[in-house]
Design a protein around this ligand. Structure first.
Ligand code: ACO
Length: 150
């Protein structure tokens, strides 16, 4: 079941840190986001954060599935849930960003219908204290994707 995390509940940093490098980076958006969690037998195994950008657009700032549960379609399930909740809230555009070198998430977002519309140059250099590497490639730019909701 996917449900909204209440403000009284602790933030699931263990999951959020799978998708973002530092507590500091997460804290820049998490307190103004709605957090949805996927639970299985009382364990949180997935999360996504919805952050309003404008009256029309909302962004998935963080999406993660517990490492041991990845590759079973749960990421797709979380994305589909985000799409329907964003639509139900009346937004017309859903945004998501990922690192230029993060092939897995990028393919997943393209697969479910997001389209690339911009690149935030040097995002991972300017916003994090130390260089970040994924599969030996330094993360530099943030690729921004969007989906029109109808
Ligand atoms: N390379 C290529 N394709 C991939 C990869 C990969 N590494 N990972 C997933 N995919 C594809 C799969 O092939 C699958 O397609 P298919 O259904 O046609 O076979 C599709 O993506 C969906 O896979 P799921 O099983 O639904 O994805 P999963 O449950 O593993 O969740 C997620 C995806 C959330 C990215 C997960 O792997 C994860 O938590 N990763 C670590 C955190 C992370 O990187 N989060 C995204 C950062 S960007 C952001 O948060 C906005």
């Amino acid at each position: 079941m996917i449900r909204l995390l209440t403000k009284e509940e602790p933030l699931p940093y263990d999951l959020l840190l799978l998708a973002d490098e530092t507590h500091e980076a997460i804290n820049r958006y998490i307190h103004n986001s709605e957090l949805y969690v996927l639970e299985q037998e009382n364990e949180m195994i997935g999360v996504y954060a919805l952050y309003p950008i404008s009256a029309q657009a909302i962004e998935i700032k963080n999406i993660a599935v517990l490492t041991t549960c990845q590759g079973r379609g749960l990421g797709k399930l979380l994305l589909a849930d985000a799409v329907s909740r964003a639509k139900a809230k009346g937004y017309s555009t859903l945004l998501i960003g990922t690192a230029d070198a993060a092939r897995g998430p990028l393919y997943l977002y393209l697969k479910v219908g997001f389209k690339i519309y911009a690149t935030k140059e040097n995002f991972f250099i300017d916003n994090y204290p130390t260089p970040i590497y994924e599969e030996g490639v330094q993360l530099k730019d943030m690729v921004m994707l969007r989906m029109e909701l109808d």
